[in-house]
Each structure stands twice: as C-alpha cells, then as structure tokens.
Design a protein around this ligand. Structure first.
Ligand SMILES: [Zn+2]
Length: 103
C-alpha cells in the first residue's frame, strides 16, 4: 500500500489498530486515509470465499461442527491479514471543508 498524498509506503501495521480500517494515518505525512471501497470489498470477498472453502473442506474430511467454524475464522483472519496490505488501495479521507452543494 502506498499513501496517495506522499507516495510513501504505508506499513501493514497501520491497518491493524484498535480503531480498525476507518482510522488509517500515514506515518510520513500524517494524512488520514481510508481504503477505497472496491479494494475493501475485494479483500472481504476473498477472505470470505477462502474461509468458506476451508469450512467445506473440513466438513468433507469429517471434522466436527465446531472445528469447521474454527477453520472458517482462522482462514478468514489469515487471508484478511495477509491480503489486506497487498490488495487494499488507500485514498485520502475527505475533509468536511467542502459542504455538499445542493440544486
Ligand atoms: Zn503520506
């Protein structure tokens, strides 16, 4: 991921804070960033899809019901953590300086 403002690399650690994806701050220029909606959806769909596959796979191998759930969440988290830094594209958060023009 790169910062759209200063084009510096944004470390993956910036994503995984207690405030989540909505409060990403560039360490270099302190710009408040947020993931582009499409890339966020892509990461989510990919995590969900692979987790679903893992769950189906575990079921096929006769795993217990709770194990398929554990497998789902483990794969979901793993793909999200690995995929988010690679796939997410960032954009600067809009300031509230420009009021919405009506009419
Ligand atoms: Zn920056």
């Amino acid at each position: 991921m790169t910062c759209p403002q200063c084009h510096e690399h944004v470390p993956a650690g910036a994503l995984f804070t207690s405030t989540g994806l909505s409060h990403i701050v560039c360490e270099k220029c302190a710009t408040h960033l947020k993931p582009k909606p499409f890339s966020a959806i892509l990461v989510f769909v990919l995590s969900f899809g692979l987790a679903e596959l893992a769950m189906l796979g575990l079921k096929k191998f006769g795993a217990a019901y709770w194990m398929t759930f554990v497998g789902f969440f483990v794969v979901f988290a793993a793909v999200f953590i690995l995929g988010a830094p690679a796939l997410l594209r960032l954009q600067a958060k809009e300031r509230k300086a420009n009021p919405v023009a009506t009419g």
